[in-house]
Design a protein around this ligand. Structure first.
Ligand code: HEM
Length: 460
């Protein structure tokens, strides 16, 4: 990150074989999840070495990219040259199999087309009722805690409400019975996936780490198999994504999806559909607790809009500050902090040659703090997301949902859900961080708060 306003990848002259960089072994640890300084180092690498950096290890072509031009090039302009054929997604495939997040090529295209109708603006608006019902249940459950001074961790609470919504909305499934089992299994899988390196023993080798990982994967598979089995037994008519997946037939062969394919898709959507949104909400409440002025303005907005009762999908449009708060929170703590892509053919990024087979790392965390695009990058300021400010900015300076053909399929759902939950909670309670509780991001696949977020509740 130059900080000098110069840029645009293709325009930079002076191609060289390899960009400068620390090499993975010098600067970055084996597992980002275990490194308390990982995010600091990520920013430091771009400060020291520039927009495109080589992150080794020797012999491997791995590049970290920070400039929005380069992000746009990889995700959108030359997206057809980049796929998920790299080690990082192979690790994730151990958990999610060949679902939408991890698949590529024709299989991905077919599955994306199949799932798309569940995520149109109209379908998403239809989920508002499930979102409001899940949040009302949360507010009632929180009632005895309000004003009691009793501290609790906000993260599992947000995970629970987001899981219930995705279960209800997409699969017509009540997740109350699985919450206790699924949360530790997902946390374990995220950690183990992140901890794997190209040198890790295959999953079949019974090291203690592999055994824990396999047990967690088995738990997730059992949970999802039970959801699908319950549906197969049901005689009622269902109109949801699960019904669509189960009814899908290949245009040419007429064959349906196998049980494993259905499981992979359901598990993918169940995990991707709640972990990220819950993480975003957890960081948002933390930031609001640190910024009383921003919170006061949010409370004024929600008091005005929600005065007549619980909100609907249309009300979300009348909560612009609430939305800007969420946007700014995901700038500082993007729920997905890094995205990897493998170059199929040679390319040029930031003036450097990228040979075929290279892995390119994009990081919303780094780009969202790029000093050429964000003044006072560490400051929390939702005004940055006022419509005129957004229109004036590079469109890939901010990409919490990635972009291009593989943009997050659930982005509209996530934003509606986050706005409704934040508004409803803020109308009724004030969420305060417990003084002295250490809050720091941990780089698992999502940007989880390493020690949770301990809070108390006050009734408003
Ligand atoms: C704040 C919440 C969310 C954030 C920040 C987020 C972020 C992302 C990002 C960065 C990607 C691209 C990953 C990559 O290319 O490696 C992605 C993909 C995906 N997300 Fe989300 N997501 C969120 C919510 C959701 C929700 C609610 C759902 C579903 C209910 C969902 C389902 C998916 C799926 C299926 C993909 C793969 C899409 C494809 O490649 O076709 N996400 N998400």
């Amino acid at each position: 990150m130059s900080g000098n306003g110069v840029s645009s990848a293709p325009a930079r002259p002076g191609r060289v074989q390899r960009p400068p960089g620390p090499g993975l072994f010098e600067e970055l640890p084996r597992s980002p999840a275990n490194d308390r300084r990982f995010f600091e180092k990520l920013l430091e690498i771009h400060r020291r070495f520039g927009e495109v950096t080589w992150v080794g290890p020797p012999g491997l072509r791995r590049y970290g990219v920070a400039h929005p031009d380069d992000v746009q090039h990889v995700l959108l302009d030359n997206a057809r040259n980049y796929d998920k054929g790299c080690f990082e997604y192979a690790s994730l495939r151990l958990v999610l199999g060949g679902g939408l997040v991890t698949s590529d090529g024709e299989h991905w295209r077919r599955q994306r087309k199949l799932a798309a109708p569940a995520f149109t603006p109209r379908s998403v608006a239809g989920f508002a009722e499930a979102m409001v019902a899940a949040t009302e249940e949360l507010l009632e459950r929180w009632q005895p805690r309000a004003g009691s001074g009793r501290a609790f961790d906000l993260v599992p609470e947000m995970m629970g409400v987001a899981l219930r919504i995705v279960g209800d909305a997409l699969f017509g499934f009540d997740t109350a019975g699985i919450r206790e089992r699924i949360a530790p299994a997902i946390a374990r899988c995220l950690y183990c996936t992140m901890a794997r390196t190209p040198l890790s023993p295959p999953l079949g080798v019974p090291t203690p780490g592999n055994v824990r990982f396999r047990n967690a994967i088995r738990t997730l598979h059992e949970i999802v198999d039970a959801i699908v089995a319950e549906r197969r037994r049901s005689t009622a008519e269902h109109v949801d994504l699960l019904a669509m997946l189960m009814a899908a037939r290949d245009e040419e062969t007429g064959e349906g999806m196998s049980d494993v394919q259905i499981r992979d898709e359901v598990l993918t959507l169940l995990v991707a559909g709640h972990e990220t949104t819950a993480t975003a909400l957890s960081w948002t409440f933390f930031l609001l607790s640190r910024h009383p002025d921003v919170r006061r303005r949010l409370e004024e907005e929600v008091d005005g809009v929600l005065a007549g009762g619980p909100p609907g999908a249309e009300d979300a449009k009348r909560l612009p500050w609430t939305r800007q708060v969420i946007d700014e929170s995901m700038r500082l703590f993007p729920p997905v902090w890094g995205i990897a892509r493998a170059a199929k053919e040679g390319d040029v990024l930031g003036g450097y040659e990228v040979p075929p087979g290279s892995v390119v790392y994009l990081s919303p965390y780094a780009t969202h703090r790029h000093p050429d695009f964000w003044s006072n990058p560490e400051g929390f300021d939702p005004e940055r997301f006022a419509p005129e400010a957004v229109a004036a900015r590079h469109r890939f300076a901010y990409f919490p949902f990635a972009g291009g053909p593989r943009v997050c399929i659930g982005n509209n759902l996530a934003l509606l859900e986050a706005v409704l939950i934040l508004a409803m909670v803020s109308r009724r309670y004030r969420v305060d961080l417990v003084p002295g509780h250490p809050v720091e991001p941990q780089a698992v696949i999502t940007t989880r708060p390493r020690h949770g977020i301990q809070v108390t509740l006050a009734k408003r």
